[in-house]
Design a protein around this ligand. Structure first.
Ligand code: ADP
Length: 500
């Protein structure tokens, strides 16, 4: 081996020179770079078999990799050609510690042949490609992260879309520059348009009730120009169906992203139910105050008169004034009871005190206040022996409410029929009047809190709580409540409770 070869090796990348004995691969020499890369000394290596010095795992070589290194070296000797082993991971022990250095090496086996073609040795050269591998791993990692983010964004968008759909929200978009307006099909439906129809911004504004139109358009402009978030509640009339709906609309201006356009977009949802409940609640408060004020004024007047005649207790007016005061107090306590009941019922804070009792006996007792006045005739029909299981006091409350309503709301009808039927396992109790009946569009609303079908007649004004309280009592018994009504013929309110 000529000296220039050894001189070249000194400054070459990590290299080890092995004799071409296929079974041993005796180490002839190694250059300083190889000693450094493998944490070894030259005297530990020379004259020894390569695989004695670097047995399995000494370079962090799992057996498969040793095998492929032997193959590579054997191939180079047999073919007398350069063989390259693609880059592999090697965990190189760090001298004097238990730690490893992870490196990626590409190894090449060069057979050195003399002029007469005899194999002299093979040179195993290591090319450390760890940085390239780290770089491509990093690239792969960055790509994977980007892909994961894209996936996550798609998932968020999908969840948002589902949330918007399940909340039955409409969405809309408006280009800030061109004012192009794109509503979703749900938004079109809320405004009473067909999903295929074009609904311009102006057409949407035209459906807003006139008294709200200006304030809505001003808020939209403020959001568009001054970026003030937009959040409003207002009523609209359906374009085709002419239905009045309350909607809540929110919106925000989004600045242009790279190459994008500034836009204004948001959501719109139907809040009719909540709004009507709110309106009913407000009405209820003024009615409740009004209802309480009437007996209070009358009580005050009676007490003033009584106080004036307190030094003359024989006055003829005395019994009359006491009666009047009692009636006022009764009225006040009945109203307060209703208010307390609705509070307890709303918070589900009422317990049933159950017993077995006869429903006809209960009906007999609960209608005295009507029969004693003599204005109405009460007829009892059906199975009068039927016994039920429930809270007698609460069922009495339901019956009194239905009978009182028949008296209050069925003008001109003096007959009220009460019917008891067995619909195993329930008993069905109906109260029928022959009054004017109730319009169809009110029927399913009657049982809601604060709902009053006839809001024009002051004489009949109630708190709109009786049927709501009755419904909660019947439901707590596991029963049902309902009404059948025909205009001009009258109404039949019914409820069911478990048979004993
Ligand atoms: P309130 O009588 O206190 O207003 P209810 O909940 O008992 O409350 O009744 C709700 C509404 O149902 C009433 O305002 C009335 O318009 C209607 N209603 C109830 N019973 C009858 C009936 N028998 N005939 C006609 N309308 C009725």
């Amino acid at each position: 081996m000529d000296l220039s070869f050894y001189a070249y090796l000194q400054n070459a990348p990590p290299a080890i020179v092995l004799s071409p004995d296929i079974l041993r691969f005796t180490i002839i020499t190694a250059n300083p770079a190889f000693l450094e890369a493998t944490n070894t000394r030259l005297d530990e290596l020379t004259g020894k078999s390569f695989f004695n010095v670097f047995p399995e795992n000494s370079l962090g070589l799992p057996s498969k990799k040793v095998h492929s290194l032997i193959n590579c070296m054997t191939d180079a000797i047999l073919t007398k050609q350069l063989k390259i082993l693609a880059s592999q991971r090697y965990d190189v022990p760090v001298w004097g510690t238990n730690r490893f250095n992870t490196r990626y090496w590409r190894t090449s086996c060069s057979p050195i042949v003399n002029e007469s073609g005899d194999m002299q040795c093979i040179v195993l050269t290591i090319l450390d490609v760890s940085d390239d591998v780290a770089c491509s791993l990093k690239k792969r990692f960055v790509l994977e992260v980007a892909e994961e983010r894209r996936e996550a964004t798609l998932q968020i968008e999908e969840r948002l879309r589902l949330a918007i759909e399940s909340a039955e929200m409409g969405t809309w978009y408006m280009d800030v520059e061109t004012r192009e307006f794109i509503p979703s099909s749900r938004m079109k439906a809320l405004f009473g348009f067909d999903s295929q129809e074009v609904m311009s911004y102006e057409a949407a504004v035209a459906q807003i009730l006139p008294e709200y139109r200006e304030i809505v358009t001003k808020s939209v402009e403020a959001a568009l120009l001054n970026c003030i978030p937009y959040n409003m509640e207002y009523p609209i009339t359906g374009y085709h169906d002419h239905k009045i709906r309350w909607v809540r609309a929110t919106g925000k201006r989004y600045e242009a992203e790279v190459e994008g356009v500034a836009h204004f977009s948001g959501t719109i949802m139907d809040i009719t139910e909540r709004k009507l409940e709110e309106i009913r609640k407000n009405d209820f408060l003024s009615i409740a105050s009004h209802e309480l004020k009437t007996p209070l004024t009358s009580l005050k007047a009676s007490l003033q008169l009584l106080s004036r005649m307190k030094d003359n207790p024989t006055a003829a007016m005395l019994p009359k004034l006491i009666d009047q005061s009692n009636r006022s107090i009764d009225k006040i306590s009945s109203l307060v009871n209703d208010l307390l009941n609705v509070g307890r019922i709303t918070e589900n804070q009422f317990e049933l005190n159950k017993s077995v009792f006869s429903i006809s006996r209960l009906i007999d007792g609960c209608c005295d206040h009507v029969t004693s006045v003599g204005t109405h005739q009460l007829l009892l029909e059906g199975d009068q022996d039927l016994k039920v299981c429930g809270d007698e006091h609460r069922i009495d409350q339901v019956l009194v409410n239905l009978v009182n309503n028949a008296v209050k709301y069925a003008h001109g009808s003096f007959k009220i029929t009460l019917r008891i039927e067995s619909e195993y396992p329930m008993a069905k109790i109906s109260v029928q009047d022959f009054g004017p009946g109730i319009p169809k569009n009110h029927l399913d609303q009657l049982f809601k809190r604060y709902y009053r079908a006839d809001t024009t007649s002051i004489q009949n004004s109630g708190l709109g709580l009786g049927l709501y309280i009755s419904t909660e009592i019947v439901k707590k018994h596991g029963g049902q409540i309902g009404v059948i009504s025909e205009l001009g013929k009258g109404s039949t309110f019914w409820f069911t409770i478990p048979l004993a």
